[in-house]
Write a protein that binds this ligand. Structure first.
Ligand SMILES: [Zn+2]
Length: 200
């Protein structure tokens, strides 16, 4: 079933990944009880049936999807079936990571120091170290403040978490979670939520 109309997107190369909307707990150390969260998302109609061929916990968008995610502008292309033209919109629920894990992509820019706004330009060179040293602090080259990498300002172009709900395919900024959706996630997990975008 097509949930919205097709239209042309001349700014997007069809072979590249459009992007995904990512929802995660505001506190990057928190991971919710995944089965409870899936149940809550199904109950409100955010997710539909499980996609058996997609691997892991992937779901079709549910009947209330378009009222739980607010699309901005006219450049919206949503399809809930994998066949045919255009991006196939579906929802993936990750398993829990042991430590805060960074999701990043080609849209991710150098994070800024929350104190002095200095950019951490060599962040990509630090990824390996962060992955193997989950408690590593990062000292700002400018103001010398030291804080974990998740306390740098990544904007909505990447971020840390232990668990992610990922909506494919969403161009960064094209869609935002509604208060109702954030409410559902908060009630199902007992913790606040935020969102960002990643393009592979
Ligand atoms: Zn600084």
């Amino acid at each position: 079933m097509d949930m919205a109309m097709h239209f042309d997107r001349p700014d997007v190369v069809s072979s590249s990944h459009t992007g995904r909307l990512i929802l995660t707990a505001s506190d990057p150390h928190v991971s919710p009880h995944v089965p409870l969260l899936i149940e809550a998302l199904a109950e409100v109609g955010f997710i539909g049936e499980r996609l058996s061929d997609a691997g892991g916990d992937a779901f079709r968008t549910g009947p209330m999807f378009l009222s739980l995610v607010a699309f901005t502008g006219c450049a919206v292309q949503i399809r809930s079936n994998p066949d045919g033209r255009g991006a196939f919109c579906h929802v993936r629920v990750s398993s829990s990571f042991r430590h805060p894990h960074l999701l990043h992509g080609r849209n991710t820019r150098a994070p800024r120091c929350r104190e002095c706004r200095h950019r951490l330009v060599d962040w990509r060179e630090r990824l390996g170290h962060w992955a193997t040293h989950p408690h590593a602090g990062v000292t700002c080259p400018n103001c010398r403040e030291t804080r974990p990498p998740w306390l740098w300002d990544w904007k909505q172009q990447g971020g840390f978490g232990r668990f992610f709900v990922q909506v494919e395919e969403i161009f960064p900024g094209e869609a935002t979670p509604t208060h109702t959706l954030i409410d559902v996630l908060t009630r199902a997990s007992g913790t606040g939520w935020r969102h960002f975008y990643v393009q592979e």
